[in-house]
Design a protein around this ligand. Structure first.
Ligand code: THU
Length: 162
């Protein structure tokens, strides 16, 4: 019989961002404003992201699409590469992502795609410090995950290239 190894982690669930620390509120606002500059003529899904660095600086990004669809990039990666290319030595503490919902309602946080989780996770390992991430949960609640690595168990990583 195989052994079973359970994979478990905790999330903190909030009803609204107003229940969260001030810097999350600021990060979400910055992500919202970035979403207005998104280039998404193909999906019409405008996403904004913002990261908080260890010195308190916040850097944003948005999704950039292309007629050659796979050539586009998600908001999270634009933001994180923007931060790392300008501040290669500064650690990233938090990342928030939102999407414009269209005409129906307010901004909603987004649950990042697998490729973005992979990228954020490598930054986290490189800086040897967890990156907190905010996701949308059931009924549009906010799920705070304390470490991006929790969202990517058994991932492919640098060590496997050796
Ligand atoms: N997108 C993001 O920017 N971030 C996500 O977490 C999910 C998806 C973008 C990619 C594409 O431009 C559009 O949203 C539709 O998938």
């Amino acid at each position: 019989m195989p052994q079973i190894y359970p994979i478990q982690f905790n999330i903190k669930v909030f009803n609204t961002v107003n229940e969260m620390e001030q810097d999350w509120q600021q990060l979400l606002k910055l992500a919202e404003s970035a979403s207005f500059n998104s280039y998404a003529p193909y999906s019409d899904f405008n996403v904004g992201a913002a990261v908080l660095m260890e010195n308190g600086e916040m850097i944003n990004g948005n999704n950039q699409e292309n007629a050659s669809y796979p050539a586009g990039l998600c908001a999270e990666r634009v933001a994180i590469f923007h931060a790392r290319s300008n501040h290669p030595k500064k650690k990233i503490l938090k990342i928030a992502v939102v999407a414009q919902p269209g005409k129906q309602g307010n901004f909603v946080p987004v649950s990042p795609c697998g490729g973005c989780r992979q990228v954020i996770s490598e930054v986290r390992d490189d800086q040897d410090l967890p990156i907190q991430i905010l996701l949308t949960g059931k009924e549009n609640k906010l799920y705070l995950v304390e470490d991006i690595n929790m969202l990517l168990p058994l991932k492919f990583s640098k060590s496997q290239l050796l």
